[in-house]
Design a protein around this ligand. Structure first.
Ligand code: CMP
Length: 221
């Protein structure tokens, strides 16, 4: 639990107390952890692996909201408001999750304002990101959304010495799901960009050749 931004805020004793009521669950790559619209009383911290959070459109297209990694948590919304799961979560790789039940988490939250603040910060971050995506979906065309996605997922961590990544192994179906579009449209757009030298598609990899060109496209409405 200490690896997670949220639970870092707890002292050792509260963390141990919470861990006593937590249980570990393992999932294989591709497993459904839960579906949107189902009841949920627990929150999960990812100890190992990664998951995809997604919603289904009315025409049953699967749209990725985010991908989460070790140290991230999910399931806080239904746990806190008692409603249904706001999105579905699938394992992208084999995963180990630490599952925290509502009752024990609320007990610890009551005694640890620092933990409540971390949870609020997490929710704020997710609202900001959702607002940004809503703006992209409402006002930007596929090409700008695609450019923004590629820049976002290939950016170096703030303050890190590393150069931004230029090579991605995302499939075109994954990119389509992350930009709320069809694979065919993504394929057409990437093909056009390859011809104009912005990217290169090579043996399953997408290589960014012209970051400045993508940045210019990302600003277009
Ligand atoms: P919950 O609604 O309980 O179950 C689905 C979970 O997905 C939700 O809690 C959040 O943890 C996560 N989630 C839902 N929407 C988003 C989003 N837009 N960005 C990041 N995570 C989300």
């Amino acid at each position: 639990l200490g690896r997670s931004f949220i639970f870092e805020a707890l002292d050792e004793q509260s963390r141990r107390e919470l861990a006593e009521f937590a249980h570990v669950k393992r999932y294989s790559s591709g497993d459904v952890i839960f579906d949107a619209g189902t009841p949920g009383q627990s929150m999960m911290a990812i100890a190992e692996g990664s998951v995809r959070v997604s919603v289904l459109t009315p025409s049953a297209r699967d749209v990725t909201l985010t991908e989460l990694q070790a140290g991230d948590v999910f399931g806080e919304i239904a746990l806190l408001d008692g409603g249904e799961r706001s999105a579905g979560v699938h394992a992208l790789t084999n995963c180990t999750l630490v599952v925290l039940e509502r009752r024990s988490l609320l007990d610890v939250l009551n005694r640890n304002p620092a933990l409540s603040i971390r949870l609020i910060e997490l929710l704020c971050k997710r609202v900001r990101r959702s607002d940004e995506r809503m703006m992209e979906f409402a006002f930007m065309n596929l090409s700008s959304r695609l450019a923004r996605l590629l820049l976002r997922v290939t950016v170096a961590a703030p303050g890190s010495e590393e150069k931004p990544l230029t090579k991605l192994s995302l499939s075109q179906s994954e990119i389509a799901s992350m930009t709320g579009n069809t694979r065919e449209n993504v394929n057409r757009c990437l093909g056009k960009w390859q011809k104009s030298g912005l990217v290169e598609l090579k043996s399953g990899w997408l290589i960014i050749r012209d970051r400045a060109g993508l940045e210019a496209l990302a600003e277009e409405e």
